[in-house]
Ligand binder design. Sequence first.
Ligand code: SF4
Length: 379
Amino acid sequence: MATVSFAERLIAWHDGHGRHDLPWQRDPSAYRVWISEVMLQQTRVTTVIPYFGQFTARFPEVGVLAAAPLDEVLALWSGLGYYARARHLHQTAQAVSTQHGGQFPRDMATLSALPGIGRSTAAAILTLAMGLRHPILDGNAKRVLARHHAITGWPGDAAVARALWELAERCTPHHGFAAYTQAIMDLGATLCARARPVCGDCPVANDCRARILDRIPEFPGRRTRPTLPVRKTLFVILMNPAGAVFLERRPTAGIWGGLWAFPECPPELDPLPWAANHYGLVVTHTATWATVRHTLTHLHLDITPWLGSVATADENITTSTTLGHRKTIPKKTIEESPTLWYNPRHDPPGGLATPVARLMARLIDQPTFDSTAIVRETK
Ligand code: SF4
């Protein structure tokens, strides 16, 4: 079966059965294709749609995104996970604005060198927004090609990746490449899904090697994961008499970079003197919750939530940040402040690390939680 026939069948299928009304398919500018491609990495279309709408409504073009505070970008990203993607979006928007006159580069080398834009994302932008032929190999295309051609091995291995890129190059037609690109992404996202592919409706089922061999679950191959190490930590959850919770901004590099989180105390230390030394806070221990496990790509984090109340807060901390409500604090103050008191019933001051958001929700559910005092304070 000639590869052009593979492409033709995909395009014909997409014409009749593919999705043509996704928000980023309307006005497929480089900016909108880029945002959608980054959001769609590791995230389902149905999850991405509302995020894409809110994000592009607030940041309708690259210059607006470049000028926005990182906190606001992270806040709009809250819930999508993999926050490095949001930080890279912000960095790339700034690079496009300052180094490329507000226009996305039209050559693969320059475009794919921008933060968070790999070869496949660059190819999608060049193909879908600029009409230039470049094969893509996102997660969906990888799955379709690996199954259709029974390519063994984990796509993260260099040799397997090379084989898949060669295949992507061979399969991408010289005419109708934009339609083909949409089609293979759509097939992977719908019929050729990770679990329970619908081969009966698939336009390339008759020569799909994985289906013929009855080995579909083996493709694409999985990574053999080493056992993840476990790290223990204490989340120190401090509440003041006004019902506000103490948060600290994480350093830009490392886990949850730039997000707001509870202070983390090494588990071998006593949080009482630790909080006094670090923040000048006099704390009374009120509770310790059961340890929860949060798994990251490279480790299991066993988090023990340690709760305390603070009768009075240090002047240096409270002067500019006691209010804890987004609308009441000038953005500049939030941006510059490494700590703040935050009312959990209000919008977060920026992006919250996922386990922090979960614990915050649990905190609000506590029968003793009362934020009436701080509501009065922020009026
Ligand atoms: S036949 Fe099934 S496994 Fe093969 S490409 Fe189509 S949907 Fe995927």
